[in-house]
Design a protein around this ligand. Structure first.
Ligand code: FES
Length: 92
């Protein structure tokens, strides 16, 4: 199973492919804002991808419309395909 590492939190765990990073973060006890509840509408659930950007599903229209650009992704839209190392993005 793919491994997800939140490098800023010192947490790592294995999850089945296809899960969203937001659902994984919540299960791991990582605090990440998700004002719209994972609908891709609010943009608050941003994460920074440190390694393994190619191991996430490609950005979908919700992300491109909001001009979310690498290394950032919306964690509620990005689904796991393989190992990734991420951090919770700071929102200015
Ligand atoms: S939770 Fe709102 S965009 Fe991801």
């Amino acid at each position: 199973m793919p491994r997800v590492t939140f490098v800023d939190q010192g947490k790592a765990a294995d999850f089945p492919a296809g899960r969203t990073l937001l659902s994984i973060a919540i299960e791991m006890g990582v605090v990440i804002s998700h004002v719209c509840g994972g609908d891709g509408a609010c943009g608050t659930c941003r994460i920074e991808v440190v390694e393994g950007a190619e191991n996430l599903t490609p950005p979908n229209p919700e992300e491109t419309y909001k001009e979310i650009e690498a290394p950032h992704r919306l964690s509620c839209q990005a689904r796991l395909l393989g190992d990734v190392v991420v951090k919770v993005a700071k929102i200015d």
